[in-house]
Design a protein around this ligand. Structure first.
Ligand code: 1CP
Length: 333
């Protein structure tokens, strides 16, 4: 059994497997070298040879316990026919959205648009570098994808107040997202993903209608993954009530963000937990990093816990600090 499954399924509290959100990416010089030669990010995600190489870069360097495929949550809107571009230093930029156009997309054309991702997974399945490691496939949660598809750019500067005003349109879009995200999950599992993580990076922006935007859509995906026999990790970033979320949605494991009081959570939450450390601590000194990392290891010492961050690793992180972090986690007894 892989270390993460040992923790997740057997609830072994003696090991703390480790991988990092966004581990395959911009903080790695070897990724930046490839990126320089490949200015079109979507094309890079659809190049199975290069995306395999990028997926394996952090594994070769750090021997993490899981690989997460090099891809993006916005590949689902792309597969549904919305244009997606990444402009330098501006982040994602999505094209116009016509519900009548989206309704014409068939399962077959969606699958064809994303076929290189499934090819990447089947290549990884045979990789000797991933023996005894999990291969994490992923999707964005319906809410987070809805936000990008409607807002067209990152919601980090906030959302317009009328974004959700057309109720019929929004519900139809949520329906389509449920359908295509499930297809994407199923195809990833069939191609070799051994765990699925659902990123709801903007869940913290939901202020009302939690059933409609958070609980119901996520529960629907979680049940789908469970039916396919694979563990599912949820990351509803910045929500206020992880206990309520876990009770309703029942993921195999929940990834916490860095604003959560881990100590009080561990007393009330029975399911395996992942993550928590603020990625900014990787930008400080080794002493501070050690102190903050040990806090999480101590809090979760009698709880099934997979070490990870409270959000993605920052591009300005020094590789040396990642080695340090791994040494602290693996050296903890
Ligand atoms: O190891 C890995 O995690 C790499 C694979 C990966 C994953 C899991 C990438 C590559 N993106 C993602 C998930 C993802 N993408 C999320 C959820 C996780 C999170 O909250 O961080 C989100 C919100 C996105 C959307 C996205 N794609 C952003 C964020 C924009 C915003 O709103 O602030 C960005 C910058 C991207 C592009 C992207 N995706 C991945 C990489 C390496 C990059 C950078 C591309 C580049 O400019 O070089």
């Amino acid at each position: 059994m892989t270390p993460i499954k040992e923790c997740l399924i057997n609830r072994n509290t003696k090991i703390n497997p480790i991988w990092l959100m966004r581990q395959a990416g911009r903080y790695l010089p070897e990724f930046r070298d490839i990126r320089k030669e490949n200015p079109d990010f979507i094309k890079l995600c659809l190049n199975p040879d290069l995306s395999e190489e990028i997926t394996l870069q952090p594994i070769k360097r750090f021997d993490f316990d899981a690989a997460i495929i090099f891809s993006d949550i916005l590949m689902v809107p792309y597969g549904m026919g919305q244009t997606v571009e990444f402009k330098k230093n501006l982040g994602p930029n999505l094209g116009s959205l016509e519900i009548t156009e989206l309704q014409k997309i068939t399962e077959n054309s969606f699958k064809k648009n994303l076929a290189p991702i499934y090819k990447l997974l089947s290549n990884l399945k045979d990789s000797k570098d991933l023996k005894d490691k999990d291969i994490i496939g992923f999707v964005g949660a319906p809410w987070t994808l809805l936000v990008y598809m409607l807002n067209k750019v990152s919601p980090k500067k906030g959302l317009p107040s009328d974004l959700l005003k057309d109720k019929i349109f929004i519900d139809e879009l949520l329906n389509l997202l449920d359908k295509f995200i499930k297809i994407h999950i199923e195809n990833q599992i069939n191609a070799g993903a051994t765990i699925i993580q659902i990123f709801d990076s903007w869940a913290g922006l939901i202020k009302k209608d939690f059933d409609r935007f958070l609980y119901n859509p996520t529960l629907s995906l979680v049940n789908h993954v469970k039916k396919l026999g694979v563990p599912v990790i949820c990351f509803p970033r910045d929500i206020s009530d992880y206990v309520q979320f876990s009770k309703i949605v029942k993921p195999s494991m929940v990834n916490i963000d860095y604003n959560i009081d881990a100590k009080s959570l561990v007393e009330t939450l029975d399911i395996p937990i992942q993550g928590g450390l603020d990625p900014k601590f990787l930008l400080t000194e080794k002493e501070t990093l050690k102190k903050e990392t040990l806090k999480y290891l101590e809090i979760f010492k009698d709880h099934p816990y997979v070490f990870n961050l409270g959000h993605g690793i920052l591009p300005e992180t020094k590789v040396e600090m990642v080695y340090e972090l791994i040494q602290i986690v693996r050296g903890y007894k």
